[in-house]
Design a protein around this ligand. Structure first.
Ligand code: ADP
Ligand code: MG
Length: 389
């Protein structure tokens, strides 16, 4: 749609803000950025819900409003190039005014993948496969259009009503011709690729390209599986040094239950040399996404052994149940002590001690009487009567 539009360099229409408020009714805040607020809004005519990113052109201390305007126009331009894919956010409407720009997006009711992960702590391999496949498919679509996102992270991956991925925030995205390189430092520290950091450190750094998104995907995937990121350190300098050296590990105990395929894919994303890093097409062909059937039937000695131990433990518990006395309710014991197995044994033993001499050999009848467990009606009533007094 906008790809063919001429680059409009005139100042925005002053009445555009009015246009937004005439069409949409803004509601509660869904999220915030450095100079933007995202609110749920309702189309007054259709009643359909959207998310409006309201960018305050005068809010940033570092950029003047002209720069902000240019940056937002670039974001809009890229959004229009990547739209139309199920895993990429859909831009619905744009309104520009002197002070504000309104970007109206499809609404992602389930919010950020970041918050989802926080609520569930970690994702299973199966869930990680589901989410990562969608992220890679979205990235494939973006890269195929020669665009690099540069800020992939769980905060910029939204989840729609069916918990499907929507890649968003193309604020740092750039169009790159074949072989072209970028040099500026932008993104989020924990997700920065080594080659991006090198641009900031060395004059003669070769620059970076689309591979930085694959590095970020590796960081995301690691984080989804175990809940913590691969390159975190209290001191940011140490974290950055670890990134430069590609120093991370699968040593924490959480990794012991995770199979080899996802680890292998993460290893291939977190390769320091961007030329040797896996690209998005290769990632989608990785066994992690393609050998579900084989993996299910694969023999895993450790898992089998753990399962056997659990089964034996369960059997022992069931067997022991026979010897575990049932909980004794004092009311019940008072009302009908003979019904309780342990008490019955005690009563029988006492009864035999007292009346055993009555039991005559060869006379089964009075032996049975000693096991009589229904109180005689008159005696029972008398007993209850006395208790109530
Ligand atoms: P910024 O460039 O300022 O980071 P984002 O586009 O990432 O702005 O939006 C900021 C936050 O607003 C997101 O992280 C998310 O929580 C929320 N948000 C953005 N777009 C949507 C949407 N379409 N549906 C629901 N929430 C959204
Ligand atoms: Mg963001």
């Amino acid at each position: 749609m906008a790809k063919d539009e001429p680059d409009d360099d005139t100042l925005p229409d002053k009445d555009a803000a009015k246009g937004f408020y005439a069409k949409y009714e803004p509601k509660e805040v869904l999220g915030r950025g450095i100079s933007s607020v995202v609110r749920r809004c309702i189309d007054k005519e259709t009643g359909k819900e959207y998310a409006a990113k309201i960018i305050d052109l005068g809010a940033s201390e570092h950029n003047d409003s002209r720069q902000m305007l240019e940056a937002t126009r670039q974001e809009i331009n890229i959004l229009r190039q990547v739209m139309g894919h199920p895993y990429i956010i859909e831009l619905q409407d744009v309104f520009e005014s002197d002070a504000f720009i309104f970007l109206v997006f499809e609404l992602c009711r389930h919010g950020e993948l970041f918050d989802y992960l926080t609520s569930v702590v970690t994702l299973s391999e199966k869930k990680t496969r589901y989410i990562m496949r969608q992220i890679f498919e979205g990235v494939d679509y973006i890269h195929a259009r020669n665009i690099v996102h540069r800020d992939l992270k769980p905060e910029n991956i939204l989840l729609d009503d069916s918990l499907n991925v929507k890649i968003t925030d193309f604020g740092f995205a750039r169009h790159l011709n074949d072989g072209a390189k970028l040099y500026d430092l932008c993104g989020t520290p924990g997700y920065l690729a080594p080659e991006t950091l090198k641009c900031n450190m060395f004059e003669d750094a070769p620059g970076y390209s689309k591979e930085v998104d694959m590095w970020a995907c590796g960081v995301i995937m690691f984080t989804l599986l175990v809940g913590c990121p691969p390159f975190w350190h209290r001191k940011q300098m140490i974290m950055l040094r670890n990134i430069m050296e590609g120093k991370y590990s699968f040593m924490s105990p959480e990794w012991s239950d995770i199979s080899e395929d996802p680890k292998d894919l993460i290893r291939k994303c977190l390769v320091v040399d961007p030329e040797k890093r896996i690209n998005v097409r290769e990632a989608l062909k990785h066994p992690f996404f393609n050998t579900v059937m084989r993996r299910q039937s694969q023999f895993n000695a450790k898992k089998k052994f753990q399962f056997a131990i659990l089964t034996v433990r369960a059997m022992i518990r069931i067997q022991r149940l026979r010897y575990t006395p049932e909980p004794l309710d004092i009311e019940e014991a008072l009302r009908d002590p003979y019904r309780v197995k342990v008490l019955r044994k005690v009563i029988d033993a006492c009864a035999f001690r007292v009346y055993g001499h009555w039991v005559k050999k060869g006379e089964g009848q009075n032996r049975a009487a000693l096991f009589e467990n229904q109180p005689k009606v008159e005696l029972h009533n008398l007993y209850i009567h006395q208790l109530q007094k």
